[in-house]
Write a protein that binds this ligand. Structure first.
Ligand code: COA
Length: 325
């Protein structure tokens, strides 16, 4: 049994918001944002919700894979900003693309959402339960960002990325994964919207903004990500040198540099696109994967490691052989 990605797609909103645009609404500067994060601009939704963006990315992934939506057995959407409590974003994508044979549901692991969804898809495929799964990471963080809080609003953007994963006869390729969570440290990175409507007291559901202890998240990321990359490569029986690309969650250029330093891996093997999109949460990894696929940078047989971290706290890594091309 061979489990492989057979197509990728992505979508980001048209509307670009530059650092200078943000400096007009909060006390910040292009220089501060660029030097502390590597971000120059981000795409912000002008109405496209998470499901719309996810559906666009999905259509592009299906087209890239050359398959019809009816062939999908499952749709897994990693998101922490669904447009509503239910129906799930995955069900909305299903309706939009016409994937009538798919079971569809969302999975909530914040910025680790795509990696958790990909690993979950792999488990279903490896168990022989399904043949073709659409995995999506999509977030519209602009909906929950406090646009008057300079310590968070400059970091994030909106977007969606998708991959079609299929199980086929064959013996080529590796696939190893790991995931972890630490609920005790949840408050470090949280969104305080609460479904606290109460019949007896008449309390209404509360909307809240994202809150973050930036330095704690930074410290967590630069320690945890190198650890999980070392662990997943060790468990797969390969060395870091065998890995062609480390496709990491795009949270901060300095976080990726620090990870590279700890692993003693050159930044040449850690592609970045944070400059153009900021942190799009669950979308960063699949958007970057799709860009690299479309730019022809991924060669058949390349060993890839995807790794991410985020609210929860959550973290995950996936090591696999690129089989397209
Ligand atoms: N513009 C200008 N100044 C800013 C600012 C902004 N947008 N945001 C914060 N500052 C100020 C702070 O108020 C502070 O001022 P003070 O020294 O007068 O108190 C100063 O800059 C330094 O703040 P600090 O928090 O120490 O900066 P930092 O170097 O740690 O960078 C982050 C802040 C948020 C960029 C960094 O901690 C980070 O990237 N953390 C990880 C966040 C993340 O990735 N979250 C999502 C994970 S999925």
């Amino acid at each position: 049994m061979e489990i492989k990605i057979i197509g990728t797609g992505s979508f980001v909103p048209e509307h670009a918001v530059t650092n200078d645009d943000l400096a007009a609404i909060v006390d910040t500067s292009d220089e501060w944002i660029r030097t502390r994060t590597g971000i120059r601009e981000r795409r912000i939704s002008e109405g496209e919700g998470t499901s719309r963006m996810a559906a666009e990315a999905a259509k592009r992934a299906l087209e890239n894979a050359g398959i019809k939506a009816e062939e999908l057995d499952m749709i897994l959407l990693g998101t922490s900003t669904p447009d509503c409590c239910f129906p799930s974003g995955a069900c909305e994508v299903q309706a939009e693309i016409g994937a009538v044979n798919a079971a569809a549901y969302d999975l909530s692991a914040a910025c680790s959402g795509f990696i958790f969804a990909l690993n979950t898809a792999y488990s279903f495929l490896a168990a022989g339960l399904y043949r073709t799964i659409l995995v999506i990471g999509a977030d519209c963080l602009s909906k929950i960002v406090d646009w008057s809080d300079r310590s968070t609003c400059v970091l994030f953007g909106d977007g969606a990325g998708a991959a079609v994963v299929r199980a086929e006869e064959g013996d080529g390729g590796r696939f190893h994964m790991l995931m972890g969570s630490d609920g005790q440290r949840g408050p470090v990175l949280a969104c305080t919207s609460r479904t606290v409507g109460n019949f007896r007291t008449g309390t209404k559901p509360q909307l809240g903004y994202m809150t973050m202890d930036g330095q704690e998240v930074f410290k967590f990321a630069v320690k945890k990500v190198p650890e999980i990359i070392e662990q997943v490569t060790e468990e797969a029986g390969v060395s870091l040198e065998d890995v062609r690309w480390f496709i990491l969650h795009q949270a901060n250029y300095r976080i990726s540099e620090s990870i590279a330093k700890r692993l003693k891996v050159s930044m040449d093997r850690i592609p970045m696109n944070i400059e153009s999109y900021g942190n799009t949460s669950a979308a960063t990894v699949p958007v970057l994967l799709d860009e690299m696929n479309r730019q022809g940078k991924l060669k058949k047989g390349d060993l890839l490691v995807l790794a991410g971290f985020g609210g929860g706290l959550t973290w995950g890594a996936t090591l696999f052989t690129w089989q397209m091309g």
